[in-house]
Design a binder for this molecule. Structure first.
Ligand code: SAH
Length: 248
C-alpha cells in the first residue's frame, strides 16, 4: 500500500502537495482563528506541512493519515525539525474510512476527496470524526471559467467536465450538503505555478540522475509536453481552494 513512485519523483521538492504557497497556508491558519490545543484530524496529510506549521504557529495538536510512506516520513521529519513532534503524529495508512477515536475540533481533507468517492462522501467521512460545532476543511478543484469541451476538461486531468463545478456552484453544493461555508482561501495562477512548474525541475534533475530507471521514459515524455499542457489548459481553466465548513 503506497503512493505510486511517479508522484514522489514529480513532487520531490514539495512540502505542500497542492497549489498553495506557504503564505496561503499560513493565511488560512490565521483566518480560522484556531485556539491553542485545537485537535485536528488531517486525512491525506501528505508531507504534513499544514499540521506541522499550524502546530508551531497556533499550537494545534492532532494526527495526519497518508498512504505515502515517503511523504509520511517527510512529515515526521518536518515535525521534529519544527519542534512539534510531541503535539502531532503521522500515521501511514489508507484514509478512506478512517475515523478518529475521539471527536476532533477540526477535520480536514485538503486535495484528496477521492478518498471519500468525491466531495459529498468525504464530507460524510470527516463528519464522523468531528465534534458538534467543529470546523471542516475541504480542498477541492473548481473550473475558473466555463470549459468549452471535453477535450479541454481531459487536458486538465479531469475525466469529464462534470468532475468539477464553477466556484459559485461548488459553494452552493456545500450548502446542499447542509453546511455553511465560513471561510475560504483560493489558489491563484502564481500559487498553481509553485505546485506545477516546480515539478518540471524536479523531473529534469531526477532524469539527469536516473537515466536507466524504469520510469525514465515516462518522466522524459511528461517533461517534454507538460509545460505547454499546463499553460494552455490547466493554468487557465482549473481553480483550487480550501473551504471551511460548519454544519448548519
Ligand atoms: N493534503 C496534503 C497532500 C495532498 S496530495 C497537502 O496539501 O500537501 C494528495 C495526498 O493524498 C498524497 O499525499 C497521497 O499520498 C494521499 N493519498 C492518496 N490516496 C490516499 C488514501 N487512500 N489514503 C490516504 N492518503 C491518500
Amino acid at each position: 500500500m503506497d503512493l505510486p513512485r511517479i508522484f514522489t519523483i514529480r513532487e520531490s521538492s514539495h512540502r505542500i502537495h497542492n497549489p498553495f504557497t506557504p503564505g496561503k497556508l499560513a493565511a488560512l491558519g490565521r483566518a480560522l482563528h484556531l485556539a491553542p490545543g485545537t485537535r485536528v484530524l488531517d486525512l491525506a496529510s501528505g508531507s504534513g506541512e499544514m499540521l506541522c506549521t499550524w502546530a508551531r504557529d497556533h499550537q494545534v495538536t492532532g494526527t495526519g493519515v497518508d498512504i505515502s510512506t515517503v511523504f509520511t516520513e517527510e512529515a515526521r521529519a518536518r515535525a521534529a525539525e519544527l519542534g512539534v513532534a510531541d503535539r502531532i503524529s503521522f500515521v501511514h495508512g489508507d484514509a478512506s474510512g478512517y475515523v478518529a477515536d475521539e471527536p476532533v475540533d477540526l477535520a480536514s481533507c485538503v486535495g484528496a476527496t477521492w478518498i471519500g468517492n468525491g466531495v459529498a462522501g468525504t464530507v460524510d467521512l470527516l463528519a464522523r470524526s468531528l465534534r458538534p460545532g467543529g470546523l471542516m476543511l475541504i480542498g477541492e478543484p473548481y473550473w475558473r471559467r466555463e470549459v468549452p469541451d471535453e477535450e479541454t476538461a481531459k487536458a486538465c486531468h479531469a475525466t469529464s467536465k462534470t468532475d468539477f463545478l464553477l466556484l459559485p456552484e461548488l459553494i452552493e453544493s456545500f450548502g446542499d450538503l447542509g453546511y455553511d461555508v465560513v471561510e475560504m482561501v483560493l489558489a491563484d495562477q502564481d500559487s498553481w505555478d509553485r505546485y506545477q512548474a516546480a515539478q518540471w525541475l524536479n523531473m529534469r534533475r531526477w532524469l539527469d540522475e536516473n537515466p536507466g530507471d524504469e520510469l525514465a521514459a515516462e518522466v522524459r515524455a511528461e517533461l517534454t509536453t507538460e509545460p505547454a499542457r499546463y499553460t494552455r489548459y490547466q493554468r487557465e481553466y482549473l481553480g483550487w481552494g480550501v473551504f471551511a465548513l460548519m454544519a448548519r
